[in-house]
Each structure stands twice: as structure tokens, then as C-alpha cells.
Design a protein around this ligand. Structure first.
Ligand SMILES: [Zn+2]
Length: 276
């Protein structure tokens, strides 16, 4: 599943492709993609709307239009935007199609059907059920070491699960949670509330560092909207520190990186650097 940096990458690619463009017509092909809007509402809301800005909130892509409408999109497992070449037939699993004024076409494909779209009014955006519970953006002033300490102190859940909970910390998924915990030298399986208060700032710093590193890497790259999937998850230049490196030596101490399967996910960590 794309995490914050990958969603940022897609949002920026869309911003470049769509900024100032008008949507001639939009079609919701699989109604279940936008369960809170009918296909008619979807088409009516977007017809003739000009794109003002494409941004991101958590892992949602937020497209704002001049009429005050907003299109929220969550890519989930397999959602992808694809700019189509002029005579290209619709790709398989196209669930929404946007015909732009300049005759170009943007398709949203979703092989696994977990993606989500929603049309909302800009004035109601923060109150939508999708966004209202989200934790502060990691790069905002509200995401402080104190905030993180308060969140962690309140729960007996496993630390890594708390980092993945978007209502507690926004933007981390399985990859960057593992990377941040490694960088902070914290064991992923400890109880969140048991993490000592003085270690929280280091974890906070590590979360920002891994996200910042990945976002800068993503921003520096040329993105091909006709082939976005090849741009997902290529690591931050030199690749991951522990994620997907089971059995390889840890760059910090040389011990072999371990993988533990838990609740359907794999957790990668260094047994020596992240002993507790
Ligand atoms: Zn190590």
C-alpha cells in the first residue's frame, strides 16, 4: 500500500498534469469506488470544473476545484492514476475516467477494488468521515514530541501498531514504520505506553527523518504519469535499512535483520540495535 511519500509523489504528478485544466466530463464506472456519491452526482459535480490544486492529507489525495468541490482519493492497495495516450483503449480495471478539456484522459484503475473516491464541498472537507479522525500531518507544527508522547502513553497496544494507526500518526505504513523504529533503535513489539518518555523525541525525530528523506527523494525525481506504478516504493535512493532485508546484515551493527509475521504483516528489525 502506498505510504505518505508515495501518495505525495502521485499528488505532485497529478498537480503537474492537471493544474489549471478543466474537466470536460467525468465518469464513475464502478459505483462502489465512490459509495457516498451516485455516478450522476459524480459526473455533475466535476463537469466543467477547473483544477485549482492537487494536494494530500494523510494518505488521501485531495483535488480542489474552482467551484468549491473537492475530490478525495485513497489509493489503498492497487489504485492508480494513469494518463492515457490519445488512442489508447481504457486499461483493464478502469473504475473512473476524467476527460480533460485538452482532450487528454486520466483513468483511475484499481485491480483489487479497495480504492476510494468521494466528492465533498471544500467547506466540509475536514469534517468528512475520511479526514476528521486523522492525526496531525507529520510535517505540521501540531506533530510534536509532546503530542507523540501523549498518544503513546495512552495505549497498551504494540508500538508499531500505534505508528500504523492513522488516527494516532498519519502517513506511516509498514515500510516507514519499520524504518523509523530502526532509526530510533526502538523495538517494534514493545507496549507503546512502556516506551520511556526520554526515548520519544528520538522516535519522533526518526519518523520525520524517514518521511522527509523519502519525500525529498520522490520530489527530486521525474514522474511518468503513464507509468506511475514503476515509481512506487523504490526506496530512498540507497534502499531500505531493514525493510525487506531479512537475513541481511544490519548497516549499524552487522547482526542479521529479522522478520516477524504479526497480524498478517511482516515486521523487520535488527535484533541487536532494537533490543528494547
Ligand atoms: Zn543492528
Amino acid at each position: 500500500m502506498p505510504e505518505l511519500p508515495e501518495v505525495e509523489l502521485v499528488a505532485r504528478a497529478l498537480e503537474r498534469a492537471l493544474h489549471g485544466q478543466r474537466i470536460a466530463s467525468a465518469k464513475l464506472i464502478r459505483a462502489g469506488l465512490a459509495p457516498d456519491n451516485t455516478p450522476q452526482e459524480f459526473a455533475r459535480a466535476l463537469r466543467g470544473a477547473r483544477v485549482c490544486e492537487v494536494g494530500r492529507r494523510g494518505k488521501f489525495i485531495v483535488v480542489r476545484f474552482d467551484g468549491g468541490q473537492v475530490l478525495l482519493t485513497h489509493l489503498r492497495m492497487t489504485g492508480q492514476f494513469k494518463m492515457l495516450r490519445p488512442s489508447q483503449p481504457l486499461p483493464k480495471h478502469t473504475h473512473a475516467l476524467f476527460n480533460l478539456d485538452d482532450k487528454s484522459r486520466l483513468a483511475f484503475t484499481d485491480q483489487r477494488h479497495f480504492g476510494l473516491m468521494k466528492i465533498a464541498r471544500a467547506s466540509e472537507l475536514e469534517q468528512t468521515k475520511e479526514l476528521r479522525g486523522l492525526a496531525p500531518e507529520p510535517f505540521s507544527d501540531d506533530f510534536t514530541p509532546d503530542y507523540l508522547a501523549r498518544v503513546l502513553a495512552r495505549t497498551r497496544r504494540m508500538l508499531k501498531s500505534v505508528l500504523l494507526d492513522q488516527t494516532k500518526v498519519t502517513g506511516l505504513g509498514n515500510i516507514y514504520a519499520a524504518e523509523a523504529l530502526f532509526l530510533a533503535r526502538v523495538n517494534p513489539f514493545v507496549t507503546a505506553a512502556a516506551l520511556s518518555r526520554r526515548r520519544v523525541p528520538r522516535l519522533h525525530r526518526a519518523i520525520l527523518d524517514v518521511l522527509c528523506e523519502a519525500v525529498s527523494y520522490v520530489r527530486a525525481r521525474d514522474v511518468d504519469l503513464e507509468n506511475l506504478e514503476s515509481n512506487y516504493f523504490s526506496g530512498s535512493g540507497s534502499g531500505w535499512r531493514v525493510y525487506d532485508r531479512e537475513g541481511e546484515p544490519c548497516g549499524g551493527c552487522g547482526a542479521l535483520v529479522r522478520r516477524v509475521a504479526h497480524a498478517g504483516r511482516s515486521t523487520y528489525f535488527c535484533p541487536r540495535c532494537q533490543r528494547r
